[in-house]
Design a protein around this ligand. Structure first.
Ligand code: 5GP
Ligand code: ZN
Length: 112
């Protein structure tokens, strides 16, 4: 499949991994928007938030269960933000479900 993040999972494109298990992979964003900017993705290809179903949503719960440990390992004691952009209006550029973890500074409180 011609999917950038599937290629990262396969190891065909290098990434700086910070966490991996059977279901998901976390790696540093190539263009960080904050001192810590990590992407967490399911290993199974899901197109984005619109691709989440009753059948595959377990991996979303799993990702949220591993995020606190990733944040703790990054030293994000002051908090962090988890973001998933869905579709062009939100600026989604990679059509494989991903959750941004942003932290390490006071984040902009304007959500839009
Ligand atoms: P989106 O804009 O879809 O919400 O987020 C996609 C993210 O993937 C962007 O923050 C972008 O910097 C990141 N990205 C794009 N290509 C690569 C890559 O080849 N490697 C890594 N590590 N991040 C990438
Ligand atoms: Zn993919």
């Amino acid at each position: 499949m011609d999917c950038l993040f599937c290629k990262i999972i396969a190891g065909d494109i290098p990434s700086t991994k910070v966490y991996e298990d059977d279901l998901c992979l976390a790696f540093r964003d190539i263009n960080p928007q904050a001192p810590t900017h990590i992407l967490v993705i399911p290993k199974a290809h899901i197109s984005g938030c619109n691709g989440v179903t009753e059948e595959n949503s377990g991996v979303v719960a799993h990702i949220f269960a591993v995020i606190p440990g990733i944040a703790n390992a990054e030293g994000l004691t002051g908090g962090y933000r988890v973001v998933s952009n869905c579709g062009p209006d939100a600026g989604q550029t990679v059509p494989h479900l991903h959750f941004h973890i942003l932290g390490g500074r006071q984040l902009n409180l304007d959500m839009a």
